[in-house]
Design a protein around this ligand. Structure first.
Ligand code: SAH
Length: 240
């Protein structure tokens, strides 16, 4: 078997690709990934063999990548953000857990969006995906409610898709049971890539219509506040 890299390419713009990720892509003979992610790293792909797949071909994509390494080739599977956070790293290791597989981390959407919003994640925080493709909705709601009760800052990945437009609203209702209506919420669409849009709301005046599948929603904890178009979560330093 050749080498198999599983690479997180960051949020999209090449400025936020790590040097290690860039080196691994350059070293690869073959790149495997969802069509849209391939486009994001296009300038680095000259002369390489590309294997593109559609949105739901994850397992096919991973099996293909593993198979392609058999001729002693170096192959990279790419995910946006971090490949270990709702990306391809887990599935690849479930299928092929050998020393020839190397996972290369990337800047995940919550970190990218947090940098744009200010410093919302500063204290204990968690990621929850609202996609029910892999997780039953009942369990998603349970996690949202317990995270709210535990006063975690919550980053909602996959906050909306056509098939489940009401999930976001229902989950925010659960958060409201444990958190003040003035709690700030940031929505960042296309963080750190073309088409970036940033909005700051509160739990009470939240407009779910601005949210789509290219957005991430970050809900502050009980101490978070908004000021000058930024969300800040204090970490306990007494500065004012
Ligand atoms: N592995 C990725 C997450 C994939 S799940 C990571 O670590 O970032 C896909 C979801 O991630 C999207 O629905 C969206 O909620 C979020 N996302 C990914 N990139 C984003 C970006 N640049 N800006 C805002 N949200 C993003």
């Amino acid at each position: 078997m050749g080498k198999l890299y599983v690479i997180g390419i960051g949020p999209g713009g090449l400025d936020h690709l790590t040097i290690k990720a860039k080196k691994a892509i350059e070293e690869s003979d073959i790149i495997v990934g969802y069509t849209k992610y391939i486009t994001m790293v296009e300038p680095l792909l000259e002369g390489k063999e590309i294997f593109k797949t559609g949105m739901k071909g994850e397992e096919e994509r991973c099996r293909k990548a593993i198979e392609l390494t058999k001729d002693n080739k170096t192959v990279s599977v790419i995910s946006t953000g971090d490949a270990g956070i709702y990306g391809m790293a887990g599935l690849i290791l479930q299928l092929e857990n050998t020393a020839d597989v190397e996972i290369i981390p990337g800047v995940t959407a919550s970190s990218a969006a947090a940098s744009v919003l200010g410093a919302p994640l500063m204290h204990d925080n968690c990621n929850i995906s609202l996609s029910d493709l892999m997780t039953p909705y009942e369990l998603i709601k349970k996690r949202v409610e317990l995270a709210a009760e535990g006063d975690f800052v919550i980053s909602l990945y996959n906050p909306k898709s056509m098939g489940r437009p009401h999930y976001l609203r229902e989950c925010l209702e659960l958060v409201k049971k444990h958190r003040d209506g003035k709690t700030p919420i940031g929505v960042v669409k296309n963080a750190l890539r073309d088409g970036q849009e940033v909005r700051i709301f509160t739990l009470d005046n939240f407009d779910e219509n601005v949210v789509d599948m290219f957005s991430i929603v970050i809900i502050g904890n009980s101490q978070s506040y908004a000021e000058n178009n930024r969300i800040i979560t204090p970490r306990g330093y007494k500065v004012r």
